[in-house]
Design a protein around this ligand. Structure first.
Ligand SMILES: Cc1cc2nc3c(=O)[nH]c(=O)nc-3n(C[C@H](O)[C@H](O)[C@H](O)COP(=O)(O)OP(=O)(O)OC[C@H]3O[C@@H](n4cnc5c(N)ncnc54)[C@H](O)[C@@H]3O)c2cc1C
Length: 438
């Protein structure tokens, strides 16, 4: 392949890189370099929120969810001890739902789509270097399966090498934090009262999620708080089993114990990372390599598709030979992307902290249990359809302030609740609503 054959090089055919490449106009010449093109079996990116599906449709790629036995998700079943209630996505009335899927099957659909496009070349290779000339990124160097190194050049390099990105440090100030770990298994033969719902279990000190991913299979994600990975020795596994059984609803225990014996327990770190890109000519970060939030609310893919819509909007109609226009398109993307993802990020990071603070968790559960707008309002933010930050903050503070009379009857507890809510939200808000470019 000759130098300058491509307009765009995409690093990583994951959720971000794959969907971005597939959503480009037919005339844009694209090279996608993916480290491993085989179908992955991973526990990330398996619940797509309604706005994610809507955005995928806007990108004219809604069909990528077909033929993979994806399961509809109509809302959440919240469970705390013996108390439980469901909240349906408001959008379900308009036919907009969430979906549970196997991430590997979705990625295979995306990659098949790329193979169909004449303007896209997909190669398997490990990108080892982003090539720089005169303060601009001009392409990539990658190692092929047979060990040979190849360099390729393009006007724009889209860096989508995911949560564990090794390439982002050239292009951004990396301030990644591991907030907790998710341990995942597949539960089979579950008899649930609300099979087409995500189940959020907040009975114990750590939240647990259960949602359908294909016929007769549910993903369980068990949170392991803190920045240290869980130990996987025999004794630790036994302790884990005991602590999960204590808090899991009765109808899930048999299936969980069977899965512990038969399935491989997969572990993934849950990061949060604010967007802080350096402006580097010829390159742009997209997906988890740019910005991450806690996966409790399943917002990562939705945020990624919003970013793709934003970047595509800025790139629309641009002649890739016009470097000035290309640069200004990337600048505008960095400047504007935040407004469509900030509520997803704020809710994800704040809700995780709320669920790990006993008193705030109680208050949140009680608030949502009231139903009506107090339940569907916050869920509309979680679904990604409602992106009104003031609306999110109104509900966030109403959780802490739902019993103002307690400032008189139980002042110490009420003040603590309010202070803790403020302590949680303040740094999270500081990280959002700012340009991604520093
Ligand atoms: C435990 C967990 C659960 C999650 N659950 C959900 C959920 O339910 N719903 C949701 O919306 N989001 C969820 N997320 C977040 C979501 O998975 C991510 O936001 C999304 O996958 C980001 O897409 P990406 O393309 O940036 O990364 P990825 O999808 O990981 O893609 C990165 C790609 O780059 C490739 N790559 C990496 N390095 C190189 C290299 N050097 N050269 C070539 N290729 C390379 C990788 O092989 C991979 O294919 C979860 C995250 C975690 C950690």
């Amino acid at each position: 392949m000759s130098t300058g054959e491509f307009d765009i090089i995409v690093i990583g055919a994951g959720v971000a890189g794959g969907v971005f490449a597939a959503s480009q106009p037919a005339g844009t010449r694209i090279l996608v370099v993916e480290r491993d093109l085989s179908e992955p079996d991973r526990i990330i990116g398996e619940l797509m929120q309604p706005r994610g599906i809507q955005a995928l449709n806007e990108l004219e790629l809604g069909h990528l969810l077909e033929g993979i036995d994806a399961q509809e998700v109509n809302g959440y079943n919240l469970i705390k001890g013996n108390e439980r209630f469901i909240i349906k996505y408001d959008e379900v009335q308009k036919g907009i739902k969430g979906v549970g899927l196997r991430n590997g099957k979705f990625l295979t659909n995306i990659r098949k789509e790329l193979e169909k496009r004449e303007n896209i070349t997909v190669v398997q290779g490990n990108v080892t270097q982003i090539l720089q000339e005169n303060n601009a990124i001009v392409g990539v160097s990658y190692t092929q399966e047979d060990g040979t190194n190849v360099s390729q050049y393009a006007k724009l390099t889209i860096v989508c090498d995911g949560p564990m990105s090794l390439l982002r440090d050239k292009l951004s100030k990396v301030n990644k934090k591991v907030t907790s770990y998710f341990m995942g298994l597949v539960l089979k033969d579950l008899e649930l009262e609300f099979p087409s719902y995500g189940h959020m279990i907040v009975t114990g000190d750590f939240p647990i999620l259960v949602y359908p991913i294909h016929t007769n299979a549910y993903r369980i994600l068990i949170d392991y708080p803190g920045g240290k990975a869980p130990k996987m020795g025999k004794e630790s596994i036994e302790r884990l089993k005991e602590s999960v059984v204590k808090v899991l609803p009765q109808e899930m225990i048999g299936s969980f114990l069977k899965a512990m014996d038969e399935d491989e327990l997969k572990v993934m770190p849950n990061h949060s990372m604010k967007n802080q890109a350096f402006r580097m000519k010829g390159a742009v970060l997209l997906g988890d390599s740019l910005n991450m939030r806690h996966p409790l609310t399943g917002g990562g893919m939705t945020a990624t598709f919003s970013d793709i819509l934003c970047l595509n909007g800025e790139l629309a109609g641009i002649d890739f030979r016009d470097e000035t226009k290309l640069e200004s398109a990337v600048n505008e993307y960095y400047k504007n992307r935040g407004k469509d993802v900030e509520t997803i990020n704020i809710l994800a990071n704040a809700l995780y902290e709320v669920f790990t603070d006993g008193e705030l968790k109680e208050a949140c559960f009680e608030y949502l249990q009231k139903g009506g707008e107090q339940a569907t309002g916050p869920l509309s933010i979680l679904s990604g359809i409602n992106r009104d930050k003031q609306f999110l903050l109104k509900h966030f503070f109403k959780v802490a302030m739902q019993h103002p009379v307690r400032f008189i009857t139980k002042p110490a507890k009420q003040i603590r609740l309010y202070k803790n809510a403020t302590r949680i939200i303040r740094p999270i808000l500081k990280d959002e609503g700012v340009s991604a470019m520093i």
